[in-house]
Design a protein around this ligand. Structure first.
Ligand SMILES: Cc1cc2nc3c(=O)[nH]c(=O)nc-3n(C[C@H](O)[C@H](O)[C@H](O)COP(=O)(O)OP(=O)(O)OC[C@H]3O[C@@H](n4cnc5c(N)ncnc54)[C@H](O)[C@@H]3O)c2cc1C
Length: 491
């Protein structure tokens, strides 16, 4: 039986393991840390449970597909519900806006709170859907670096739509052209942060993202986001995949430009196929010193990172939901701080995620588990201890004012994760959350492909390579890897 070695048990590595096992490979996953999940882990502290990284879950069908592919019923492993309220927004002028599940109800709320005609909002969401429909099959489900992609019938949907895809303008410019209400523009510009980009630079094509959340829906997995990794690892193990923890890969072994296996801190493991779920930059720098690295690709600007305060709060806030956004006054300045000045705005937009709203056992009775995040630059040697201290004060002041409480007195337990910690814990280069940013219109083509023509049998998955970061795209990267991998019985 042909053997596949996977480097890393992040969501992309786990999904690749499942797909390759189904395809007929004997799969072993090597994970540097003590358990699976990568950025998607969990921890419990003083009676509060926290998901470490991702909190917004879209496109659950991509998780279901893995169970179906293995001939299992997804509901026997993994359950989720569609959110009735997607996000609660707080603007600096005091406006509060609820993003409801139904596009019509959301549009009516925008009309009532912001005075923008509901019909215009629905038109915008319909356009967002059109961009998605025209691009997804070509840009997200296939390799951009194979001629076959451009010969596939799906290209017939993409080509005629090209002029409407917004490649020549920025997200912000397109949103500001669509709406004069600066609050609605800010709400729509925020979707750039879903892949760590800057709406003032990223192409308007990314205005397809609202379609995923507002037309298809946002979801909550029973038990929290970590349940995604847990249920998929259970499936992988049932398929015979072996997970080896605390076993970092130190080298990808090649012979005559063909992969022959991996070296770990404990063994040499021979494999016919190797998939790296490690960030592509350290994969080349640390594991493949014998290969000339694709410098132009590796030197693409990084995406943003995150600073997260996990707070146990001894109070409950009925006005808050699962996802809450407290906007800044000047969004452009905030992104200038992140992407040009490489520091944190004195008035950052604050995201608060509270899973105890859906899973009450995630916090003691009457309390809430707050995942409080601000977007920050990738690590470039900043004085993080100082930035963490200052941002903490700013966030507490801001939220205390909006919620009319003394927040600092309600925090009973705390942990912090910053770009340095994110890199140390997951090997993500410079702590960037999504690999390279999408801050220019060629970004999609400049991400590393899911294979390399320099080493036969070596593939790449996860958030640092095509099609990008975030749970859905990492799952799609695994699909592309498995589609590209040779059939083990005929290879
Ligand atoms: C704070 C935060 C918030 C986020 N919010 C969202 C969100 O709301 N929604 C969303 O969809 N996405 C979100 N994301 C992004 C999402 O979490 C990632 O895109 C995704 O989880 C990355 O998965 P991955 O497959 O790239 O692997 P990673 O999670 O990066 O894991 C890589 C794994 O490889 C292992 N590894 C590295 N090097 C080696 C080696 N040499 N040998 C063995 N193992 C190795 C690491 O230990 C790690 O376990 C967020 C991320 C963070 C950090």
């Amino acid at each position: 039986m042909k053997k596949a070695a996977i480097i890393g048990a992040g969501i992309g590595g786990i999904a690749s393991a499942i797909r390759l096992a189904v395809k007929g490979y004997n799969v072993t996953v090597f994970e540097a840390s003590a358990t699976y999940g990568g950025k998607m882990k969990e921890f419990v502290q003083d009676g509060y449970r926290f998901d470490t990284g991702p909190s917004l879950f879209t496109m659950p069908q991509l998780v279901d597909e893995l169970f179906s592919l293995a001939g299992k019923n997804p509901h026997d492993y993994f359950r989720y519900q569609r959110l009735n309220i997607i996000t609660q927004y707080f603007f600096t002028d005091g406006t509060r806006l609820t993003a409801y599940r139904e596009p019509e109800k959301f549009a009516a709320e925008v009309e009532e709170k912001l005075g923008v005609p509901a019909a215009r909002v629905k038109e915008y969401l319909a356009k967002s859907a059109q961009i998605y429909e025209a691009t997804a099959a070509t840009f997200l489900h296939k390799s951009l670096h194979k001629v076959s992609t451009y010969l596939s019938p799906d290209i017939l949907k993409t080509l005629p739509a090209l002029p409407a895809l917004g490649l020549t303008t920025t997200m912000h410019a397109a949103n500001a052209q669509a709406f004069s209400d600066t609050r609605l523009v800010q709400l729509l510009d925020r979707f750039a942060t879903y892949n760590g980009s800057d709406p003032y630079q990223a192409p308007a094509t990314l205005n397809l993202i609202p379609h995923l959340e507002h037309n298809i829906g946002a979801f909550y997995p029973e038990g929290g986001i970590y349940a995604i990794a847990q249920s998929l690892v259970k499936l992988a193990e049932e398929l015979g995949v072996r997970f080896k923890y605390n076993l970092p890969v130190t080298e990808i072994i090649t012979e005559n430009h063909k992969v022959t296996g991996v070296r770990t801190t404990a063994e040499v493991f021979y494999a016919d196929l190797v998939v790296s779920n490690m960030d592509v930059v350290p994969t080349y720098r640390r594991l493949l010193p014998q290969i000339k690295a694709p410098e132009k690709t590796l030197q693409q600007p990084r995406s943003s990172s995150a600073l997260i305060y996990y707070w146990g709060i001894r109070h409950s806030f009925p006005e808050l939901h699962l996802h809450n956004i407290f906007f800044s006054q000047d969004y452009q300045q905030e992104f200038r701080h992140i992407f040009q000045e490489k520091n944190i705005s004195p008035d950052p937009t604050v995201y608060v995620n509270i899973t105890s709203k859906y899973t009450p056992t995630d916090a003691p009775p009457g309390c809430e588990n707050w995942f409080v995040m601000v977007n920050v630059p990738h690590n470039a040697g900043q004085d993080w201890q100082n930035l963490i201290r200052v941002a903490r004060e700013t966030i507490i002041q801001k939220l205390s004012k909006v919620l009319a409480v003394d927040l600092s007195s309600l925090i009973v337990t705390e942990r912090v994760w910053d770009p340095v910690g994110i890199e140390a814990d997951t090997s993500s280069f410079a702590g960037a959350l999504y690999g390279s940013s999408s801050n220019n219109r060629m970004a999609a083509f400049l991400r590393h492909p899911n294979f390399t023509s320099k080493v036969k049998g070596l593939y790449f998955c996860g958030g640092s390579v095509h099609p990008g970061g975030g749970i859905p795209l990492c799952l799609l990267s695994a699909k592309i890897v498995s589609d590209l991998a040779p059939n083990p019985n005929s290879a």
